[in-house]
Design a binder for this molecule. Structure first.
Ligand code: B12
Ligand code: SF4
Ligand code: SF4
Length: 356
């Protein structure tokens, strides 16, 4: 596990998420996160809805259709902390809980704790629930008897990792084959630079031109390598005790997203993970979806975004217009915006379209 993280970092797979490398020592050693840590209680929180309304023209990662899980899972973790204080007499300094935000390799520890196995799609997959699980953990100084990893995994941990990733995948390679941007460079290893999830959520700048077509209609995050996994046949409906659904989000039309104002964005996406991309990130992604889907009813809105105050939005709007109509029509529609454009990043998009 230690080796896997360092190999991934050395290859540059973290893109610009430098924070992962900054505390790599903590990620692989919980005693550096909590002094005297002896046990980690790992939680897999199911968010499989069983049935859901069909999405609109833009495709959202399933997790984005819930209130931000960083927030909604916190009360449950706090309750575990209170139990540790009441039952085991711990002080609040003797345990620490995280959901995604801590310097903890969550999949690796969940695998050790027997929650599931790591598939070729890099997801922690439960044999009872599939891969629609958020992970969270409580580190504690308590010595708790450990659960065993799934059969076959224990002997492959700690040095003898070969053959461990995808142990329960057999010959299946569906996730690797289905990835729209070929981001799974080897079993269990996702190169964030190519991953649609990284590009549409974490990348705060311009999305590389060569990846834009692969994004398709995915406006925020990507579930392709999760959706194709046959282990999901065991997925069970979430009791939604801990997660609050926001299925209304996927119903918002692309035209409405492209016309979104800061006020409307704040109102609709309050307490959701989309706060992360901010409005400009969402407009950027919406332009890519409009370009890929050639949504005729969105053309005027995309042309208008070629004059948006954010150069990042303008750059993607230019790209999209050239995908939505033929080159001569696009050049005509963008004439006014281009005549006042001075930003080199946006000018580069015009140049790329005119072949110079
Ligand atoms: C950075 C990050 C990303 C990055 C990089 C993804 C990646 N694969 O590393 C990006 C932005 C691309 C991303 C995307 C997604 N993410 Co994310 N992400 C994280 C985060 C914050 C850190 C992960 C990390 O350290 N990556 C570095 C690599 C090396 O670590 P890893 O994948 O965990 O690697 C393991 C393997 O390398 C393996 N391993 C061990 N030994 C060996 C040996 C060999 C030979 C190999 C090959 C591997 C291997 O063990 C490693 C350690 O666990 C975690 C939260 C956390 N603190 O862990 C969430 C987390 C992994 N993400 C999560 C989710 C839900 C997603 C998305 C599904 C979101 C979406 N729908 O768009 C996608 C899925 C993409 C994918 N297939 O991985 C969940 C996964 C839950 C689960 N059941 O696995 C997590 C755990 C958050 C949470 N608390 O729920 N994510
Ligand atoms: S999340 Fe999407 S882009 Fe990223 S590895 Fe999976 S299928 Fe590929
Ligand atoms: S799709 Fe196939 S190869 Fe990929 S994680 Fe699932 S079982 Fe493994």
């Amino acid at each position: 596990m230690v080796g896997a993280l360092h190999t991934w970092l050395r290859a540059g797979c973290q893109a610009d998420m430098e924070w992962i490398g900054r505390n790599a020592d903590k990620r692989t050693d919980p005693t550096r996160v909590l002094t005297g840590a002896r046990s980690a209680i790992l939680l897999g929180v199911n968010y499989w809805p069983a049935s859901e309304a069909p999405m609109g023209s833009a495709k959202w990662a399933r997790y984005a259709q819930y209130r931000d899980y960083h927030e909604s899972l916190k009360p449950g973790l706090m309750a575990i902390g209170r139990l540790l204080e009441e039952w085991a007499g711990l002080t609040s300094e003797q345990y620490r809980y995280y959901v995604d935000t801590g310097p903890v390799l969550e999949r690796g520890w969940a695998e050790r704790a027997g929650v599931g196995f790591i598939g070729k799609n890099a997801m922690l997959i439960s044999r009872e629930y599939g891969n629609w699980l958020f992970l969270a953990e409580v580190l504690t100084v308590l010595d708790i008897e450990a659960d065993a990893p799934l059969p076959g995994l224990a002997s492959r941990m700690g040095g003898a990792e070969k053959g461990r990733i995808g142990l329960h995948c057999g010959n299946c390679t569906r996730c690797i084959d289905a990835c729209p941007t070929q981001a799974i460079c080897s079993p269990g290893v996702v190169d964030a630079r190519r991953c649609v999830s990284y590009q549409t959520i974490e990348n705060k700048g311009v999305i590389p031109r060569e990846l834009r077509a692969g994004i398709g209609a995915r406006i925020y995050g990507c579930d392709v390598c999760l959706e194709v996994c046959p282990w999901n046949r065991f997925a069970q409906e979430s009791r939604r005790v801990l997660v609050d659904a926001r299925y209304d989000i996927a119903q918002i039309s692309l035209a409405e997203l492209l016309a979104m104002t800061p006020e409307r964005f704040a109102e609709v996406f309050r307490k959701t993970p989309m706060k992360r991309t901010k409005l400009t990130g969402l407009l950027r992604n919406s332009c890519i979806v409009a370009g890929n889907t050639r949504a005729a009813d969105c053309l005027d809105a995309v042309v208008a975004l070629a004059a948006h105050p954010s150069e990042m939005v303008r750059a993607h709007a230019v790209w999209a217009v050239f995908r939505m109509v033929d080159a001569a029509t696009a050049a005509g529609l963008l004439d006014a915006a281009r005549s006042v454009e001075q930003n080199p990043v946006v000018l580069a998009e015009y140049a790329a379209e005119s072949g110079g």
